[in-house]
Design a protein around this ligand. Sequence first.
Ligand code: ADP
Ligand code: MG
Length: 678
Amino acid sequence: MNLKDKITVLKGIGPAKAGSFAAMGIDTLEDLIFTFPRRYENRGTFVPIGELKPGEPAIFRGTVCGTSVGPYRGRGNRLLKVTVSDETGSVNLVFFKGGYLNKTFRRGSTFDFYGTLTAGRWGAQVVHPSFTREGEMNTGIVPVYGVSGAVSEREMVSCQKQVKELYPEAEDAVTGEMEKRHNLCSLEYSLSGIHFPESRQHYATARYRAVFSELLVLQTGLMGAKAQGGESLKGVSLREGREELEYVGMLPYKLTGAQLRCIDEICRDMEKDAPMNRLVQGDVGSGKTAVAEAAMYKNARCGYQSVLMAPTEILARQHFEGFRSRFEPLGIRVDFLSGSMKKSERDEVLRSLREGETDIIVGTHALIQPDVEYCRLGLVIADEQHRFGVSQRTRLGEKGENPNVLLMTATPIPRTMAVIFYGDFDISVIDELPPGRMEIDTRWVRDRRDECYSMVEKELSRGRQAYVVTPLIEESERLNVRSAEEVFTELRGRFPTFRVDMVHGAMKQEEKEAAMDRFARGQTDLLVATVVIEVGINVPNATVMVVENAERFGLAQLHQLRGRVGRGSHKSYCFLITDSESETACRRCETMEQSQDGFYIAEEDLKLRGPGEIFGTRQHGLPDIQIADMARHTDILAMAGEEASAVLARDPQLKLPEHRTLREKVDRLFGENRRLDL
Ligand code: ADP
Ligand code: MG
């Protein structure tokens, strides 16, 4: 047998089976070796039937004493009940649509089962246990490959057993030096620990190396793509100059060191031949807008158009008004485009955009409609970019000829993860808040709503404003969740002397805007809202953020919401109301009380939710990774990342013999062009 042999050389694998394996991406024996289990079941040893405990998965052996088939319910749809026993007792097994198994479970024959005892309609039962003939069930830690199609777990394991002898010949991406430097186990040991773990320790050691190898491949690919992309493309390049400093000098406040550094990084990028791909990460309130403005100013002074896309119309309009008041006196023309504009207005904006009268255009995704044409598009900015889908950003970028691209986000990606999700992007971090910002007093008030609203009243009496946010709910899941309308009615009764208003997702765009606008102008005191205000809104006189049913919000969302207050010179508060006992909800509230650091909060969020959920792995076009769990393997991620950049520095094309396997695995993971669709 040889690593490159087709799997049909194995016992039991004919051409048909091989087809099913191929559908899982397995053609050769080597593919098989590097197909890792999805999860493991710790089956332990056989449990006597009389000692099965409800809720605990267990493996047991039983002899069939009887079966009964339920009534016919359409094609093949008959329930099968099997009673099995040993000397300690008996138990019922239930197979829905299991009628066809009736012949298998002949009375008197013995099987091994793995399943969980539960309370069912007819007493204790085990639903859909896995089963084998007596003596064929694996005990101890059992890998589950998550096979599909016509391949069964048992066949997979049988194949894995047959290729064990090839382990000494297998190769992964880890070089001998890396193995030594990081004290990793051998590949042979690693493979046996992954496919046939003898103990937890064996598996842990084995997995460590596999994760290292996988993250090395992933990061080498990502970093390599970045290096390549930079070389080949020719984009808009601005003449060298210091125009941005002119703009900075005109601002009514002094920029922070971090803001100035970001502006410098951006402007130097824009002067290069290669198009800029830069992500600015800055916590809520860190002053990203001023950074974007300086970049747009320079871009305009060099004779190019800028476009800024915001995720909501409210936010876009707020930017538009700010830009107009600052740029028009300087002779820079700012326009606005949204989906809700009248056709005649829209046509006029499109015309002046196309003919180059517009210097800066702000808007929503209306900016990427096919009939929107630009003239000398130099700079594309996506604000709060995490709210946009990949394709929206890509389409915006395709509007010009490789314009410079700037993404801005207030949802920090934990440092360790940045290369994974923004491998193609350079990253600037605004890690400093403007001076004079006060901590936002954050309190998890549990169910003490009364106390909380007394505090709100105090602030309103001082002339401050407050937000009350309620979760968006479906009619069908009313339960104990307060809707915006209920809260609105209640608070209007409670605060008769204050002006209480409401904005929610079901309102018409104009109504929403009108309500936001009244609040921003100080014409209303308290705004009850669903999360439509989550992003970007700036009302410095608002000092209180109350979150009703806080258990309904994710950590990043809570942090965003809190960022709507504390934007002026007054002390601000954030109250989290929830009587939820769920552990996740409690940890989120505790984290909010303890920290205002967006990076710390992002790391915690990652631990609570896992990376896929946060970033939408699929959406980012990130290749499948098998074994690494990036939320928990941040240390390996960092080590492998250093190795990846060292490898690329020495051998950018991965031509050296010791990098051959690494190169193969990178190509395989990323496909041919190695560029991500970000
Ligand atoms: P974000 O990063 O959340 O988008 P903004 O750009 O909206 O933050 O800025 C928040 C507020 O801080 C704005 O009112 C802005 O004018 C103000 N600001 C920004 N930079 C500074 C600074 N260096 N000094 C004082 N105020 C600043
Ligand atoms: Mg902003």
